[in-house]
Write a protein that binds this ligand. Structure first.
Ligand SMILES: [Zn+2]
Length: 151
């Protein structure tokens, strides 16, 4: 299996923290081709840039209004009712604003992580280089970034 294709959607100019880009990828092997959506290129506090796996928010039903609420929230955001009890044994409470996420795609070894990250980071660097060279062609204020020629 290999990462056959990476579709990159840049967010902003890449200078800030948080999500720098979203990526959809195609994993291709002899027997199947799989599309995986919404991987994220993220700059974490400290400056390191990582590939974030697509994730899903864990939710549960409010006993008062029956609307779906963040699993770890103590209060229903729809009706304000207090949510009793532990949200889930599988997904214990977290301090992240009452929200709770889990990865829906998870590399199960460091080798798998590297295998997945490398082509995505390469596509990200190429997309940023293309963005910088476009900006450099239009603007002449000097500090628009310098794309290295590819060869
Ligand atoms: Zn409710």
């Amino acid at each position: 299996m290999r990462v056959e294709r990476v579709d990159m959607r840049l967010v902003g100019d890449g200078s800030g923290e948080g999500v720098l880009a979203y990526a959809d990828i195609v994993l291709a092997g002899e027997e199947a081709r799989l599309l995986v959506r919404e991987l994220r290129i993220v700059r974490i506090p400290g400056g390191m840039v990582i590939v974030g796996m697509p994730s899903k928010q864990v939710r549960r039903k409010c006993e008062s209004c029956q609307m779906k609420c963040p699993a770890a929230s103590s209060w229903c955001p729809w009706c304000g009712a207090r949510q009793e009890g532990k949200p889930s044994r599988m997904y214990p409470e977290t301090p992240h604003g009452g929200r709770l996420y889990f990865d829906v795609l998870y590399p199960m070894s460091l080798e798998s992580r590297d295998w997945l990250d490398a082509p995505i980071m390469k596509a990200y660097e190429e997309a940023r280089a293309a963005q910088a060279s476009q900006a450099g062609g239009e603007a002449t204020d000097g500090d628009a970034g310098h794309a290295t020629p590819r060869g």
